[in-house]
Design a protein around this ligand. Sequence first.
Ligand code: AMP
Ligand code: ZN
Ligand code: ZN
Length: 411
Amino acid sequence: ITLLLLVLLAPAFSSQAQTKPIKDLRPTVILISLDGFRYDYLAKYQSPNLNSLARNGVRARWLIPSFPTKTYPNHYTIATGLYPAHHGIVENEIYDQQFDAVFNLSKREEVQNGRWWLGEPIWVTAEKQNQRAASVFFPGTEAEIAGKRPSYWKLYDAKVSNADRVDTILGWLDVPSVRRPTFLSLYFSDTDDAGHHFGPDSTGTAHAVAELDEAIGKLIGGLRAREIFAQVNLIIVSDHGMATVGAGHVILLDSLFDTRLAERIFWTPEIVSIFPRAGNEITIYSSLRRHLPAHARVYRKSEIPERFHYRDSPRLPPLLVLPDEGWVLMNREGLAAMNASVNGPAKGRHGYDNQLRSMRAIFIAHGQAFKRGKVVAPFANIQIYNIMTRILGLRPAPNDGDFAVAQKVLK
Ligand code: AMP
Ligand code: ZN
Ligand code: ZN
């Protein structure tokens, strides 16, 4: 029986035994994205590991997302320090006139096509300057951008368990120092999934927070076992928050203008893009100005509020319709599909005004380069790129951030 026990336990012991201290770690950043982790979840739900990192490291009261508060635009802003209008990923769904092509999350061949991804993400900056980057998911890491990819990367697969994601990161730290990455990214979708499905204020979302916290705990354990926990610079961010969808807060937009006058419409419920047929922009615009209810607004490109930093892209649609927080814009087909779906309508949504409290994200950082026991004023997510290049000793590519802000969190 003892022998049997030994045989059964052997794999566990041997994997422990293989964990060796890492003595020659260079300045290293692990960028961790918790999709849709709203800033107040830290206090509202149980997350002992995240809170301990925040207490012993540095945290912003909240992180200000960029507009639109969607996943792809914000992740790529975090990676490049550029506003979405400047990095080209202006929405989760994009039309480019020059390419005459559409990009969206489910078009894998477009997601992997570097032509969409402008600017220079941190992993390209690292690779260009002879460091190595590694990624267990992060929007953009599946494409070759400016001729580069992370040395180590994975095709996005939502089914890979959180534990496996963490083990992959730890495994990359175990490679000999000449091949060891100094920039690593890790992505989890649990809080976004739960926030949509159950709403931000729900036991389902509390559960997702607890699961993510456990994954962070596993990562910390692995870093401790390698005796590099105090050294490694962990940056934990989210891309946006989550708003509660109001009951009956639906605007049937296709009944308010003649949709046949549009060449193309992206029916994203929180941000509708309209590309009018030639000569029809004013007609559609006037119709919407007249018929839109109080809870939504239509903007021509030139009218988009300056504070969104959003006008500056040739990829923007001529007309944008934005609803109030917790409201959705739909066409009849979309509404029917939503009502017929097995999961029922989403209880949480994002994509709204980036100044809304509900859209606020998180920034927690811990490690050798960061201040300890400090809470700093909220800052915009365009600042994170400079923080990372500074830690890694890289020359930053031109970006929208300001080093003065990076300085506030760094030692
Ligand atoms: P959304 O809520 O529509 O802004 O996007 C969140 C969703 O994006 C999550 O459910 C993820 O599964 C998905 N996602 C995140 N990263 C990727 C990726 N690299 N490729 C495809 N989908 C992704
Ligand atoms: Zn997201
Ligand atoms: Zn989402």
